[in-house]
Design a protein around this ligand. Structure first.
Ligand code: SF4
Length: 436
């Protein structure tokens, strides 16, 4: 049985794809790249904002043209199952997130005549879609924060952590298979463990300490932090633990306290300024990445100018900006004072134009520094190597380190690179030595 598999959306959805892929492969299916060669095609969808939903529908329509058995899973399936079955009757099966605990039974049903036997989904033994040197580790599911614009709690439910020891065992397995960097993710990574202990204390620092004890690990990174859940204990762990990368991915969405309140985001302007000042005071080399939503209902010109001036002042290392996407069944859906699409886009373009200048300036400041770099790729034509250090997350948003080496290097090597210049979001450098 040849299977084609398309994985859309975020890194958390990618981990789900990796689990489903291993269930398919362990049952004897062959995972292939070319859908025209497949006997069945899976589309793991994203469904939280308009552009992602559009991509999900277009991908399903495109895969339908191959005339193969078509199975749709993921967030769009969870959110719009009935509509999918009505609008796209040619889909053979829609499997929702709620079905995942029994997906093996559903697959046994779908592929019954092919004599395949499927086993339940499991985190360990995932078929990695990323490089084995820097896999994602999903440590929790769902979210309790209920931002008024966000459909994720409707799709993924309340926050629930994975058992700490289960995560540590998975990390041990991944490192034994060659992982050098582990990227801890969930919708609200800072909330990890609070549902596992009576004090409701975040166990993220504890988890990091445990992972740091596993021989062979080089970089521990965590993404998707909620601002007011970043504890002093976590900051000190980052500051004092050399294996934890000083990389803070903290989506704030806005800086105007009025807009943040309407978004039901905890922590206003004063708090956020204090948080970033504390991070930089404690860990001056910290990389800070954040995201904004512009064009939220009621966002005045004055609110936007506050955000613009804040961006000028903060000079974030990494910044992503999204236009507000009106999502049904979310609290903000019925909010009045909507912002016209062209104004939303103008505001996004204005901030991204500013951020481009800031990123260039920040990158120039790296000249002369040495980065412990995970070698991820080599171009035999240009003889350039490509890699990432603590300053670059693995999700293709941040850019990378492009360098030359007179020594032959292997993908997965961890080496010191001396940065000489920068180009756009990338740093340019030369190989210096192996990392001891
Ligand atoms: S923190 Fe807010 S934006 Fe992020 S997943 Fe939770 S509800 Fe959505």
């Amino acid at each position: 049985m040849k299977i084609g598999f398309i994985s859309l959306g975020c890194a958390k959805n990618l981990v789900d794809s990796e689990m489903i892929l291993s269930v398919l492969e362990n049952a004897g299916c062959e995972i292939i790249q070319d859908p025209s060669e497949a006997d069945a095609i899976f589309v793991n969808t994203c469904g939280f904002i308009e552009p992602a939903k559009k991509e999900a529908v277009e991908t399903i329509e495109e895969m339908h043209t191959y005339g193969k058995k078509l199975i749709v899973v993921g967030c769009y399936a969870e959110r719009y199952k009935e509509q999918l079955l009505k609008d796209m009757p040619y889909i053979d099966r829609v499997i929702t997130l709620g079905d995942y605990p029994k997906i093996h039974l559903i697959l046994n049903e779908i592929f019954n005549q092919d004599g395949l036997k499927f086993l339940p989904l499991k985190y360990e033994n995932r078929l990695l879609a990323t490089s084995e040197f820097s896999p994602y580790v999903k440590i929790g599911e769902g979210c309790n924060n209920n931002c008024t614009y966000c459909a994720i709690p409707l799709i993924r439910g309340k926050f629930r952590s994975r058992p700490l020891d289960e995560v540590v065992n998975e990390c041990k397995k991944l490192i034994s298979k060659g992982a050098k960097e582990l990227n801890l993710i969930s919708q609200d990574t800072t909330r990890f463990g609070r549902d596992l202990n009576p004090e409701k204390k975040s166990l993220l620092p504890d988890l990091i300490k445990e992972i740091a004890l596993i021989p062979g690990i080089k970089m521990i990174r965590f993404l998707y932090l909620y601002p007011d859940e970043i504890t002093d204990e976590l900051l000190m762990e980052v500051k004092n633990n050399p294996l934890v990368v000083p990389y803070f991915d903290v989506p704030i969405q806005h800086i105007s306290s009025k807009v943040l309140k309407a978004m039901n985001r905890r922590g206003g302007e004063t708090f956020l300024r204090g948080l970033f000042a504390k991070i930089k005071r404690l860990i001056p080399e910290a990389i800070i990445r954040t995201t904004y939503i512009v064009g939220f209902p009621g966002e005045s010109e004055e609110d936007f100018n506050m955000l613009y001036q804040f961006t000028e002042e903060m000079e974030f290392d990494r910044l992503g900006v999204f236009t507000y996407s009106k999502e049904e069944d979310t609290a903000a859906y019925d909010f009045l004072d909507e912002i016209p699409e062209n104004v939303k886009q103008e505001r996004l373009d204005k901030i991204m134009k500013l951020q481009k200048k800031i990123s260039r300036k920040n990158n120039k400041a790296f000249a002369g520094t040495i980065h412990k770099t995970l070698v991820e790729n080599f171009d035999p034509e240009t003889k350039f190597y490509y890699g990432r250090s603590y300053a670059f997350a693995p999700d293709d948003i941040d850019g990378m380190i492009v360098f030359q080496s007179n020594k032959l290097l292997e993908i997965g090597d961890f080496v010191n690179v001396k940065i000489s210049s920068s180009y756009g979001y990338d740093l340019i450098g030369d190989y210096l030595s192996e990392v001891e």
